[in-house]
Design a protein around this ligand. Structure first.
Ligand SMILES: Nc1ncnc2c1ncn2[C@@H]1O[C@H](COP(=O)(O)OP(=O)(O)OP(=O)(O)O)[C@@H](O)[C@H]1O
Ligand SMILES: [Mg+2]
Length: 211
């Protein structure tokens, strides 16, 4: 089983949006996927509830990790964890206990980029991440054209050497995905192709890790 966590102490940067879409992508690929929600807001669980209304789309199993132990069903290939905002200190270590890969969404604002670099420093100093046991990548989210987000983020990351895997544009399709319980990959291709191609480097990077 491969465990991927979406984490950033900053609220509203896209953890749930990315967790649900990554879960949907792997499920569409035929993997047995489980989505664990550690957030009392239950946004991932609500998304899964909406997904339950459709016939014939790949199943994603749910774990309410706020109220239940993190025990994915036997045979799970991919476990995606949606972490809550505001995780610091000992909480980080607890969440990362069984994690292989950490993806961190970051909004392209100065406040968010600064907060991200502080959080990464805290993260990289703790337990398994400090020992290099967790592969970490950044996804710049809600990026409008013509912003210098890559250079700016790079500057804030300084010596951390964490790759910025892609940028995802600000798109109504993510709102649609949140409302419907479908991944953007499951919406009409004519509608979502510009968003879908932005994910290619992320899934390539994830595939490299699993080889
Ligand atoms: N690329 C995007 N384009 C447009 N809207 C987006 C995009 N990414 C996220 N959103 C919207 O931004 C809001 C916050 O995203 P999301 O809930 O995924 O963040 P979060 O990090 O999980 O928040 P929280 O810290 O509260 O759990 C949601 O309304 C979501 O639909
Ligand atoms: Mg969330």
């Amino acid at each position: 089983m491969h465990t991927i966590i979406l984490m950033n102490s900053k609220g509203g940067c896209g953890k749930t949006t990315l967790a649900t879409n990554i879960a949907a992508w792997y499920a569409d690929e035929g993997a047995r996927v489980c989505l664990a929600d550690y957030d009392p807001q239950r946004s991932s669980l609500d998304w899964l509830l909406a997904r339950g209304d459709y016939q014939g789309i790949p199943e994603i199993r749910a774990i309410d990790a706020v109220n239940h132990p993190l025990r994915p069903p036997k045979g799970t290939d991919i476990l995606v964890i949606d972490a809550p905002a505001g995780t610091h200190g000992g909480e980080i270590g607890k969440l990362l206990k069984r994690v292989d890969t950490l993806l961190m969404p970051v909004l392209p604002s100065l406040i968010d980029m600064r907060a991200c670099s502080h959080f990464l420093k805290e993260l990289m100093a703790s337990g398994r991440a400090a020992r290099g046991q967790i592969r970490t990548g950044i996804i710049a989210n809600r990026v409008r054209e013509n912003t210098r987000v890559f250079q700016q983020l790079d500057q804030y990351l300084g010596d951390l050497k964490i790759p910025i895997l892609t940028h995802l544009r600000e798109s109504q399709n993510y709102i649609r995905s949140a409302e419907t319980g479908l991944g953007i990959f499951e919406l009409a291709p004519s509608l979502v192709w510009q968003d879908v191609i932005q994910w290619d480097p992320v899934f390539d990077w994830l595939a490299q890790q699993q080889d």
